[in-house]
Design a protein around this ligand. Structure first.
Ligand SMILES: *Cc1c(COP(=O)(O)O)cnc(C)c1O
Length: 365
């Protein structure tokens, strides 16, 4: 069986250093928000070229706390794409804010400068952009400049793009504040849940530090409104510190696999991602075809896993009923019908990668 992802393979590679990290934490007796968290925060901020990293419980709460730090409140409209798994929507709803859905480019699957401009004209209070599938949004520098000029805060969701860069600058350092997830399958993944908020602004970092722990200014003194419990634990931080030095190499292998797919998959009914032209850390390798379910079934008969990231645009999620029935985004709707994710992870062997290519090329559409 060719899996979509293989976490056991990664754990096997790092077995010794994971054990050492876990032993270190157990021996210290400090389990939550201690020296390992601080060390990882400093290392990850340095890796990104950002001033501050604040560890939190997961990537969705990282978005929520980033929004809160910016002062986004109940009733505020915030621009977001609708093709990125509803995580930003979840964070917006958690604070009572209103998602303002914007479309994506049909080829890159990410936000464009033009669509952000239209959203700002429509009066959104903030903009969340998502570096989807590992692609650094090609126009991120221009989007950041536009948001700064219009005084509209920009949040980058980097949960799928650890290490991706544009012009030598890593994503997560363009906007006012950014969010990361360390869910196990991400490019930098813990062995459990984890997340981080990253920013160059001291006052935003201070706010998130308080928000992640009940709004405390100091122990048992609640000063910042909207606080919650969203902490990163020592075990996960220690393990992330073991994985971080290998991130660039792992991203390099992901890119190699993606490049191989893009040069070897040759099928009239399948469109390949255009990411090769941009900076892409290949979190997911996503193809398009008008007969997506048939391709998926063909792969399944050959024991090759695939998945759809993501099948339902946020505004069509059943939980909303008629709430967004007026929203129709042509590219987002079309992509949801046509996309299919192929296996792409650093521990795949060359033979496994070739096996996927042969299976895809052998499909009779
Ligand atoms: C995984 C993911 C998140 C959420 O992260 P969790 O840690 O699972 O809460 C947010 N945004 C994107 C784009 C993601 O892929």
């Amino acid at each position: 069986m060719q899996q979509l992802n293989n976490l056991s393979a990664r754990i096997a590679v790092y077995q010794e250093s994971i054990k050492a990290a876990v032993d270190r934490v157990i021996a210290s007796g400090w389990l939550v928000l201690g020296p390992e968290v601080k060390r990882f925060e400093q290392q990850f901020a340095a890796y990104l070229g950002a001033r501050h990293c604040v560890g939190v419980a997961n990537g969705t709460e990282a978005i929520e706390l980033a929004l809160k730090a910016l002062g986004i409140d109940s009733g505020d409209r915030v621009a977001t794409v609708a093709n990125a798994g509803a995580y930003t929507t979840t964070a917006l709803l958690a604070i009572g804010a209103e998602p303002h859905y914007i479309d994506v480019d049909i080829d890159t699957h990410v936000t464009t400068l033009a669509d952000v401009r239209v959203a700002i004209e429509a009066g959104v209070k903030a903009v969340v952009v998502t570096h989807l599938y590992g692609l650094a949004i090609p126009e991120i520098a221009e989007i950041a400049a536009l948001c700064a000029a219009r005084n509209v805060p920009l949040i980058e969701d980097c949960a799928q793009a650890h290490g991706a860069a544009v012009g030598g600058k890593r994503v997560g350092s363009f906007g006012d504040i950014s969010s990361f997830s360390f869910y196990p399958t991400k490019n930098l993944g813990a062995l459990g849940d984890g997340g981080a908020v990253v920013t160059n602004k001291d006052e935003l970092a201070d706010k998130v530090l308080a928000l992640r722990q009940y709004g405390w200014a100091s122990k048992y003194t609640v000063k910042v409104a909207g606080g919650r419990n969203s902490r990163l634990d020592e075990m996960q931080a220690a393990i992330l510190s073991e994985f971080l030095p290998g991130l660039d190499e792992a991203n390099g292998r992901r890119r190699e696999i993606a490049a191989y797919y893009s040069s070897q998959i040759k099928h009239a009914g399948i469109a390949l991602p255009k990411e090769g032209a941009f900076n892409y850390v290949a979190h997911l390798y996503v193809v398009r075809t008008a007969h997506r379910d048939a391709l998926r079934e063909h792969l399944r008969t050959l024991n090759i896993a695939s998945d759809v990231h993501y099948p339902i645009p946020d505004y069509r999620q059943p939980v909303f009923g008629e709430r967004f029935s007026g929203v129709q985004l042509a590219n987002t709707d079309r992509l949801a019908q046509e996309i299919l994710t192929l296996p792409c992870y650093p521990e795949m062997t060359d033979a496994e990668v070739s096996g996927v290519v042969a299976a895809v090329n052998g499909w009779r559409a």
